[in-house]
Design a protein around this ligand. Structure first.
Ligand SMILES: [Zn+2]
Length: 267
């Protein structure tokens, strides 16, 4: 499942390629996603409008036509875009095909269908994203107070921090030296400060790595969101801890997700 840095990489790639172009034809191939895909009538307000940019809020992409309505896309687990000079004949799980003014074709595919496409206004409520100046130790202290759920489940709650998923949550907890299954309310002020900084550092690095991975290649496909990430703890169960070189990485299950940690480095 793409996390915030992967979605951000796609937003940057799409913006580079699509700025100045516009949608001329809207073909809904199969409406069955998590939400039904709008038909061409509902999309009328954005068809023909010049794309001025692609905004990202949490893990949502908003195609900006400099008007009130945006094309909102959520990738879910397996959603991806293909931008090609011509329609691809053998494209499986294609749900929406857009013809652009430039002649290129933008297709949205989603084999597992947890993604969504909407025509909607830009959200006005503020979400807390894992970036400096937005996520603060004070905020974490407030949301952790009296919470008996695990700290990992809490920081992955999209209503609390928008865009933090399993991989980067595990990495941030490792960097901060905090066990993922600790009760959220048990964290000290010092630990909350460390965790806040670790989340910001981990996401900031991944966002930069994602953008740096983009090539000049004009085509966009499922691989555009995939870039090399070096994980220190995620997926390392049974291995030697990369930090202390003494502990064996263990795994607990939290909220149905596997969570690796080093019993020596994380308390
Ligand atoms: Zn260790």
């Amino acid at each position: 499942m793409p996390e915030l840095p992967e979605v951000n990489t796609l937003a940057v790639a799409l913006a580079r390629q699509l700025r100045g172009d516009s949608i001329t034809e809207w073909h809904r191939l199969s409406p069955k996603l998590r939400l039904p895909i709008p038909g061409s009538k509902e999309a009328r307000a954005i068809i023909g409008g010049k794309i001025v940019g692609i905004k990202r809020v949490a893990k949502n992409l908003y195609f900006d036509f400099a008007g009130e309505l945006f094309l909102k896309a959520h990738l879910g687990m397996t959603g991806h875009f293909h931008l090609t000079p011509e329609p691809l004949k053998e494209l499986k799980h294609a749900h929406l095909r857009l013809k652009l003014q430039s002649g290129r074709i933008l297709t949205f595919c989603d084999p597992r269908r947890f993604g969504s496409i909407e025509i909607t206004a830009f959200p006005d409520e503020c979400v807390t994203e894992p970036f400096a100046g937005i996520l603060t130790p004070q905020y974490l202290a407030t949301v952790c107070a009296k919470k008996q759920c695990s700290i990992k489940a809490l920081i992955m709650d999209q209503q609390i921090i928008a865009g933090l998923g399993n991989i980067y949550a595990a990495e941030a907890l490792f960097a901060a030296g905090i066990r993922p299954d600790r009760a959220a309310a048990s964290l000290s002020r010092t630990e909350l400060k460390k965790l806040c900084q670790a989340i910001i550092t981990v996401i900031d690095k991944a966002v930069k790595d994602g953008i740096a991975s983009l090539t000049d290649q004009p085509e966009i496909d499922a691989d555009t969101t995939h870039f090399e990430i070096t994980t220190l703890i995620y997926g390392q169960q049974g291995g030697l801890c990369s930090k202390c070189r003494k502990g064996t990485v263990e795994m607990v299950r939290i909220g149905g997700r596997s969570s690796c940690y080093c019993p020596l480095c994380q308390k």
